[in-house]
Structures are given as structure tokens and as C-alpha cells.
Design a protein around this ligand. Structure first.
Ligand code: ZN
Length: 240
């Protein structure tokens, strides 16, 4: 006769014992930002963290020291902070929440793709793992969010390869739009007007010198866009 497991052990799911249950919203935001900076190729220096979070550099050092004491980052002298395995796990969990929330708001609740980032920034700190997993399941576990960003899986893995920006294309080269920055709603509305969305075929027709504007063919249309806009759109090679 099989022994029944004690009720206590059954209720203590690994999810409920989430390792960052006690982290502040601020700490969670720092870990996300450090992840993004590291993914772009470097340890996260104070200035870079401050710029991304829109806070004073002086306030960053204290928070980074606190994260280091909690074993979430390791600080490299003169270079900056890098996530530990635990810090990375928390960062990816936050990013998963953010991107699932954005996907759900757009797909199920009819929000525009330009209107979900700030909403997700707030909700990601409040939503439980169970809610996020239920939303993901309802959506069929999507691999990318409405802005083309990869969604980390529930097991903490993610295919987050670094992509070239539209600005990096050679003149004449064709590409497919993979993702765009989701930070600025007006940028997203502008890109939508131009037909620049994940999956769109683009070709760089011309580039003015000295960081001047780019002429981009989007499907059959041609648009002239600023280099700063092109740097916030990432592409993959070729057309299918
Ligand atoms: Zn977002």
C-alpha cells in the first residue's frame, strides 16, 4: 500500500518557494537592466545602469552593492556588475513575466502594441508565477512577444541571440524585421505606420553619409527614416 505524502510537502510547490519572493520591485528592475546590458556584450557599469533606469549614477552603486550581498550579482572592479546564475534566473523570470503580459494584453485583451509596455512594467512585479504560466498556456506558449522579443521559457532558458540593427545593413541588402524596442509608444506607432513590424521584409535602398537618414523599402513602399530609428529595429538575414 503506497504511503500517502504529507499534506505539507504537497502544498510546497517549487514555484511557491520562488527564490526572489523577498526582492523589491527596484531590485527586480535592476536585475533586468543588468541582464540587458550584459546581453549587449559588457559588464554593467554604473553609468550604463543609471542611463537605462533613468536614475542618478550615485544611487546605483548602493543598490548594486546590495544585490552583490544578496548573491545576485558579482562586481568586477572598474568594469561593473555581472549577474550570478541566481541573478540571471530572476532576471529571466521577470523578462518572461513582462513579455507574457504584453502578449496577453495584445492578443487577448485587444491592447495596441504601443500601449502595453508600461502596463507590463507594473504588472510584472505583482503577477504570480501561476498566473503567468496560465496566461502563457492560454496563448499556446508563444516564443516571441508582440515586439518580436524572445520569451524566456518557464524553465529559464531563452534563445536571445544578438541581432543586427536595420542601421547595420549594407546598402542593397534585404532582411526580415525580427524585433524592435518596446520602450517608446510613439516610436512603435511610427513604425506601424511604415509597416515595420516583426516579419516584414525590408531592404536598405540608400544611406545618406554622416549618420544621415536611410531609405528603406518596406514591401513595395519606400520610406526615409532617421538613423536613430533604424538602430532600434533589429533584423535577421534575407527573405523567406
Ligand atoms: Zn515591454
Amino acid at each position: 500500500m503506497p504511503a500517502s505524502r504529507p499534506a505539507k510537502a504537497r502544498s510546497a510547490s517549487p514555484r511557491a518557494a520562488s527564490s526572489h519572493a523577498t526582492l523589491t520591485r527596484q531590485a527586480e528592475d535592476y536585475l533586468k537592466v543588468i541582464y540587458e546590458i550584459e546581453r549587449d556584450g559588457d559588464a554593467a557599469g554604473t553609468t550604463a545602469i543609471a542611463a537605462r533606469l533613468g536614475v542618478a549614477a550615485a544611487s546605483v552603486s548602493g543598490m548594486v552593492r546590495r544585490l552583490a550581498r544578496q548573491g545576485l550579482v558579482a562586481v568586477e572592479r572598474y568594469r561593473g556588475a555581472r549577474l550570478t546564475a541566481r541573478g540571471r534566473r530572476v532576471a529571466l523570470q521577470m523578462i518572461r513575466r513582462h513579455r507574457i503580459l504584453e502578449s496577453y494584453l495584445v492578443t487577448r485583451l485587444g491592447f495596441g502594441w504601443d500601449g502595453v509596455h508600461d502596463e507590463a512594467e507594473r504588472l510584472e512585479h505583482a503577477a504570480s508565477a501561476q498566473l503567468i504560466d496560465a496566461m502563457a498556456a492560454a496563448l499556446g506558449d508563444p516564443a516571441i512577444d508582440p515586439h518580436g522579443a524572445p520569451i524566456p521559457r518557464a524553465d529559464g532558458t531563452v534563445d536571445d541571440t544578438r541581432l543586427r540593427s536595420l542601421d547595420d545593413l549594407a546598402v542593397g541588402a534585404a532582411a526580415r524585421v525580427a524585433r524592435m524596442s518596446d520602450r517608446d509608444p510613439s516610436l512603435l506607432r511610427y513604425l506601424a505606420e511604415l509597416g515595420i513590424r516583426p516579419g516584414a521584409s525590408v531592404r536598405l535602398v540608400d544611406r545618406a553619409p554622416f549618420d544621415g537618414p536611410l531609405t528603406v523599402a518596406v514591401g513595395r513602399a519606400r520610406h526615409v527614416i532617421g538613423a536613430a530609428v533604424a538602430r532600434r529595429v533589429w533584423v535577421t538575414d534575407g527573405r523567406r
